[in-house]
Design a protein around this ligand. Sequence first.
Ligand code: CTP
Ligand code: MG
Length: 401
Amino acid sequence: MTIAPVPRVGIIVVAAGSGTRLGAGAPKGFVGIDEHTILRHALERVFAGPYAQVVVVAPAGREGDALSEALDASGDRRDVVTIVVGGATRQESVQAGLSALWGDVEIVLVHDAARALTPPEVFERVVAAIDSGRAGVVPVLPVVDTIKRVDGPRIVGAVDRSELSAAQTPQGFRRDVLDAAYRTATGEFTDDAALVADAGHEIEAVEGHPLAFKITTAADLDRARSLVAERPILPASAGLEHPVAIPRVGLGTDVHAFGGDGTLWLAGLEWPGERALSGHSDGDAVAHAIVDALLAAAGLGDIGTHFGTDHPEYAGAHADVFLARTLGLLGEAGWRVGNVSVQVQANRPRFAARRGEAEAALSAALGGAPVSVSATTTDGLGFTGRSEGVAAFAVALVVRA
Ligand code: CTP
Ligand code: MG
């Protein structure tokens, strides 16, 4: 009986980008998720696999930092680490990584460091597909959003999403195929699979993973931080056989001044005859305080991260829109709302007669989670006492979904 030799698999981890859209003041790979960087998290998961060579492509000047991250992640396999400097585009960076591959590597995976939380099972699926004879393999996820074709602000058509998939990394290739495709490539391609397909090869899709999302914006980084945040558990001294997840609380406050246009919107209700609050949206300080409390509880940043003035779609939006989107963000990060308590400080409007209505509206917007609303005046003191505006304070509790 002959045993087929195990092909030697190398992996190129590209981390030479500048991270412009993240805007964290450092190349993206060197931005922290927790006490570890994006690059370190990516490499921890890479080193779960048995690669013959791990090539890390670093920004110029950061080779030393990349080397220490790789050596820390490599455990006792320091000898498989190679560091090279990347280029001005992702394609040039991959090319630099390819040039550093040892001669005996037969299968190559190319992986974005920015997909730092990609679980080892995705790497395994890609290697298995190449092993079984494919020239190129891409992990994909179905597209869940409804997709529209637009021309400027105009919607010009619908796109059937069942025909679409979102491509992730690691993408895997036979070494000879990838080398030849890169040698002959003319022009820039959005990913390696497109470049190899252009050279005439069939690319096969395997199942990707939601955790293989690319950290591109500040909101993505918040999501990654929330996902890796240690899930708090009761100490062993609590004497429980199975650890129990502890809920998390968050605090949010908001203030808006009277002086907006139209009627007042507060706590998800319209208040005819009352002076309106001013603000980028409807000025609903109660809803905004709740959003901040929920995001803080889940470790997902704050209202500015997700709903800032750079999001024109929230201009004039009411509480239901903000709260539904917040609920969605929490859900994506694996949290659900326990309850919310919010207090309004204002001379007007008077909540006594509409407290139940406000609680019902806010609760409905949060998928039915209980919301308590209380209100107080401030004895004539401060800006609320002078009837200049409204302040709101919220506490939220979230639990693992
Ligand atoms: N990349 C690279 N070399 C480049 C550009 C990108 O190695 N010249 C890498 C990035 O480090 C990242 C991956 O390619 O791991 C995907 O690119 P992207 O998410 O666009 O990262 P950046 O280019 O760093 O970010 P931005 O486009 O916001 O500047
Ligand atoms: Mg880029």
